[in-house]
Design a protein around this ligand. Structure first.
Ligand code: MBD
Ligand code: FE
Length: 284
């Protein structure tokens, strides 16, 4: 894996790490897709591009700007970021069309498998002086029929108070704010963490240049990422957001759904916040 610890938090460094992480898990990306289907999908994609060029009378200057930009996206390693921010949400919608259980949303570019195993009641790995309001995130995993799923695991990953993900920004402990939680006999869990900060996608790379050129903003609302799995059930990849937080209503990645918005209350200690969430998994 790219050694990001010796680098500054740049778009190219986090992009290289995200590209490397994806390649490690996905291989060369030569899925066994039917020739006819590739023909249909690529023909329609190109046809949509051709229509746009004719309709808007795209110039050679614009065509060359696009070509230069696409080359840079690859050099910056920002294809995972670009695709997950602007395309993945529709793929996820289609994939989850028939799901009855909990809503999911996009995975994004910063998942890493194999985070440290944690008990049902645990604190996410974090630094001694980790900043942010303490958050107790608790709940239960059940099947659609309501049966508790005692064999469930929750993988959690999140940004720190500066909006940085471990393994994708320098100077963070390897598994900071990442963990794999095994639920208890009743499918319950209670995880202590800190509230994540809103996340600004890197502004100094190709995606940032596109955002500036188009006059958009670069923000995602604060979020927790989760993958919830249980034997015999369909895993759910999701994110949870915080009511009233900035950019909940205008996420650059279009990944917010009403069912995914948490409303934490004051915790028993009068200082932290706590919230309960129910995960419901469809049968496999
Ligand atoms: C993120 O943290 C994220 O979740 C997505 C989808 C894209 C970029 C950064
Ligand atoms: Fe994220």
């Amino acid at each position: 894996m790219t050694d990001i610890t010796t680098e500054r938090a740049t778009a190219a460094a986090s992009g290289a790490a995200a590209t490397e992480q994806f390649r490690t898990r996905q291989g060369a990306g030569t899925a066994d897709v039917d020739t006819k289907r590739v023909d249909t999908l690529v023909t329609e994609l190109l046809s949509a591009a051709h229509d746009i060029i004719r309709r808007h009378k795209v110039t050679y200057a614009e065509y060359d700007a696009l070509k230069a930009w696409l080359i840079r996206v690859g050099e910056d390693g920002e294809w995972p970021l670009f695709l997950d921010v602007w395309i993945e949400h529709v793929v996820e919608d289609v994939a989850a069309e028939n799901r009855e259980g909990s809503k999911g949303t996009i995975e994004g570019p910063y998942y890493v498998p194999g985070a440290p195993a944690l008990d049902a009641r645990a604190t996410l790995p974090m630094r001694e002086d980790e900043r942010g309001t303490g958050l107790l995130f608790q709940g239960q995993v059940t099947s659609v029929s309501g049966a508790p799923l005692a064999g469930a695991t929750l993988e959690i990953w999140q940004a720190d108070a500066d909006g940085y993900y471990s393994q994708f920004a320098p100077d963070l402990p390897e598994w900071n704010l990442r963990g794999t939680v095994s639920v208890d006999d009743e499918g319950r869990f209670g995880i202590h963490t800190v509230e994540p900060a809103p996340y600004q996608i890197p502004t100094d790379g190709s995606c940032g240049r596109l955002i500036a050129a188009a006059g958009w903003h670069a923000w995602r609302p604060a979020h927790l990422h989760l993958k919830v799995a249980a034997p015999g059930h369909q895993p759910v990849t999701t994110q949870l957001y915080f009511k009233g937080g900035s950019h909940v209503a205008d996420d650059i990645a279009s990944a917010v759904k009403p069912e995914l918005i948490l409303e934490p209350g004051l915790a028993a200690n009068g200082k932290d916040r706590e919230v309960t969430y129910a995960f419901v998994l469809d049968r496999a």
